[in-house]
Design a binder for this molecule. Structure first.
Ligand SMILES: Nc1ncnc2c1ncn2[C@@H]1O[C@H](COP(=O)(O)OP(=O)(O)OP(=O)(O)O)[C@@H](O)[C@H]1O
Length: 229
């Protein structure tokens, strides 16, 4: 694969609880190419969130190698990991995690300011993304004034604000009803494709997974490729 955005090589992660050791990831391998959108399937407790946290460089304690945008991230210190995250990765969670005291547009502007962008450009980018998601009439609303689907669409705009090479999404529509989930996921996929970003999307939902370019499943701590039927 040319210039993969993510490479996992023999990724391992174990937890110890009450003196019992659980090996959640047992040597997972994966490569995601530029612009590829990959669904990460697996039942509850199989290790999807653990894997996204590893790839998002949010937690230590992993064995094996993680490469993000050509950078070997396995041995980076905390500050360097934060820099790779800021420059290359956007996150979406099951619950929106928007800042409650800030408007929709401010929630999308802020991460850009943190990345050093001028306010005017950041604002233009936020309007562009929120408009693409059909939220041009909700720019000044706070999260509590938005519906669940609208909140998740703001979270999508925030994740894409800095044009990340990689978007990591953990059950991004898991909190929405089926119709809203389909609509939000459809908009998310269209936007990610338009931006040319890669994405890894954890979900329980095989129907939603089928809308993505590739499907991998966590089974016994390793990844299996699911080929289209
Ligand atoms: N910090 C931790 N300490 C101990 N065990 C943990 C920790 N984090 C995760 N685990 C365990 O690791 C396993 C995988 O958890 P993880 O959250 O990655 O699964 P998941 O596939 O994302 O599940 P879900 O779909 O329910 O979110 C679970 O058995 C969980 O209890």
């Amino acid at each position: 694969m040319n210039n993969p955005v993510v490479v996992l090589d023999q990724l391992t992660r174990s937890f110890e609880q009450g003196g019992v050791r659980i090996d959640v990831l047992r040597g997972a391998n994966l490569a995601i190419g530029p612009g590829e959108i990959v669904a990460l399937l697996g039942p509850s407790g199989s290790g999807k969130s653990t894997m996204l946290q590893a790839i998002g460089l949010l937690e230590g304690g992993f064995g094996g190698q993680i490469e993000i945008a050509g950078i070997d991230a396995s041995r980076l210190g905390k500050d360097q990991r934060a820099a790779v995250r800021r420059d290359h990765i956007g996150f979406i969670y099951q619950f929106h995690h928007l800042l409650p005291d800030f408007s929709a547009i401010e929630n999308v502007v802020l991460p850009q300011l943190v990345a050093g962008k001028a306010h005017e450009r950041a604002q233009a980018r936020a309007i562009e993304l929120l408009t693409a998601l059909g939220l041009e009439h909700r720019l000044e609303h706070r999260p509590s004034q938005l519906s669940g689907g609208e909140q998740q669409r703001v979270a999508v705009a925030r994740a894409l604000a800095n044009k990340p090479q990689l978007v990591l999404a953990d059950e991004p529509t898991g909190n929405l009803d089926e119709t809203t989930a389909d609509r939000v996921l459809g908009q998310f996929l269209e936007l990610v494709r338009g931006e040319g970003s890669s994405a890894l999307v954890a979900t329980h939902n095989e129907r939603l997974a089928a809308a993505m370019d590739r499907v991998v499943r966590i089974h016994d701590g390793v990844l299996e490729e699911i080929l289209p039927a």
